[in-house]
Write a protein that binds this ligand. Structure first.
Ligand SMILES: [Zn+2]
Length: 404
């Protein structure tokens, strides 16, 4: 494939214990840590930020899409037709959305990514990283866009189609059809993503253990986080001439983007690359559905980690994540950024989606949850009048419309 590892990676570290994780020269794919109780906790990549900053400053933005930020990514020498069309998404001010709320609202439109959602960022890097470490095929349980993105990028590398496990109820849905369209193989099991994931790990125990397959589930390998953090880089660039938004509202399921955006900000800070007008970082706000809000419960309880809940099901598939393996890091981001977590009702999500339609904004249910969250927070004065707020529009309106 000709990929090259970023030579300025210094450390792989367990996100929970802080212990160093051996890289073994990247001769085999990187999974969860071994220092925490099975199945382990997510591993994060650290770089020599001084060296990375030097490359960035000498040759800023040399690639296209997310590979503009190549010095901060784990894999280099990615071919143009693999992922140069991922990222580079616009941030647009929507005055009419802020009308009546007394705030300035921006949307980052991730629906323009190749498979129609922000999942393309993480999966393109995760799959490139796994392939660079010798993986032959990728698998994951999914009930949404992540599976589609995994199939798309496996196809682009000419690998055997990604093996995707979905809950039984998803047979024939848009995600199933899109995975097959992009060359994936789809299997069905159980009533939810956790059951589908358990079945996958049981079926593929051997190939996963020897590194032939990589489990590309949210946070089960470090590449998806690295890809998602490019949203943070792009936010810094979009606001280059002014201060950053006061708040970023992020629709939170697995939380890769929440942790990733903050990682990008912290790495730019650590590399001495933050512009003076950006030194005041946004407060990060996680928005969940009241039907499935484990992060909100943990945040309000002042907990160190997220305890899984029983989901009551939500129309926003991306928010239907009852247990988050990176919950400890999400809570850390909320605390560090002086942010918080809020939950909205299904009715509010539907109303938000309808309002997007009326305003001519192409966004899905997850993004509608952030609009609903913003409205609640403005009404209760938790977001002050005059604030500048960025909502993540994580995916196209076509997905919920095609699903219904
Ligand atoms: Zn660990």
């Amino acid at each position: 494939m000709g990929f090259r590892m970023n030579p300025h990676i210094t450390t792989l570290r367990c996100s929970k214990s802080g212990m160093e994780v051996p890289s073994n020269g990247f001769a085999s794919p990187i999974g969860l840590c071994r220092c925490c109780p099975a199945p382990g906790k997510p591993v994060v990549v650290e770089y020599d930020l001084a060296k990375v900053a030097k490359i960035w400053l000498s040759n800023p933005a040399s690639g296209s899409g997310i590979w503009r930020y190549g010095p901060f990514l784990p894999v280099w020498d990615v071919p143009e037709d693999y992922a140069f069309d991922v990222g580079g998404t616009p941030v647009v001010r929507h005055d009419r959305l802020g009308e009546g709320l007394g705030v300035e609202v921006y949307l980052k439109n991730e629906g323009v990514n190749p498979s129609g959602s922000f999942k393309d960022r993480g999966l393109s890097v995760g799959i490139a990283l796994g392939a660079a470490c010798g993986a032959k095929r990728f698998c994951l349980p999914t009930q949404g866009n992540a599976g589609v993105a995994a199939c798309l990028f496996s196809s682009r590398l000419g690998l055997p189609g990604a093996l995707v496990y979905m809950p039984d109820g998803f047979q024939g849905c848009i995600y199933h059809r899109s995975c097959e369209f992009f060359g994936g193989e789809v299997r069905f099991f159980g009533s939810n993503i956790a059951a589908a994931g358990s079945k996958m790990r049981e079926d593929l125990q051997g190939p996963l253990a020897c590194g032939e397959f990589v489990d590309i589930s949210t946070f089960f390998e470090p590449g998806r986080l690295e890809g998602k953090k490019t949203m943070g880089h792009e936010i810094l660039e979009a606001f280059s001439a002014k201060s950053l938004p006061d708040y970023i509202l992020y629709p939170t399921g697995g939380g890769t983007g929440l942790v990733g955006i903050w990682k990008a900000f912290r790495e730019f800070l650590g590399a001495g690359l933050l512009e003076p007008q950006h030194l005041s970082l946004p407060r990060m706000i996680a928005v969940q559905s009241k039907q499935c809000a484990p992060l909100v419960a943990a945040f309000e309880a002042g907990a160190e980690d997220v305890t899984p809940v029983q989901s009551r099901g939500t129309i926003a598939d991306g928010l239907d994540v009852p247990g988050a393996i990176m919950g400890h890091a999400m809570l850390r981001v909320l605390r560090e950024s002086r942010g918080f977590a809020v939950a909205v009702s299904e009715e509010e999500i539907r109303d938000g989606f309808a309002e997007f339609g009326k305003r001519g904004i192409a966004a899905g249910y997850e993004s509608a949850a952030t609009l609903a969250g913003l409205q609640d927070l403005c009404r209760s004065n938790r977001i002050h009048a005059g604030a500048r707020v960025l909502l993540l529009n994580t995916g196209s309106h076509l997905i919920p419309l095609a699903k219904a």
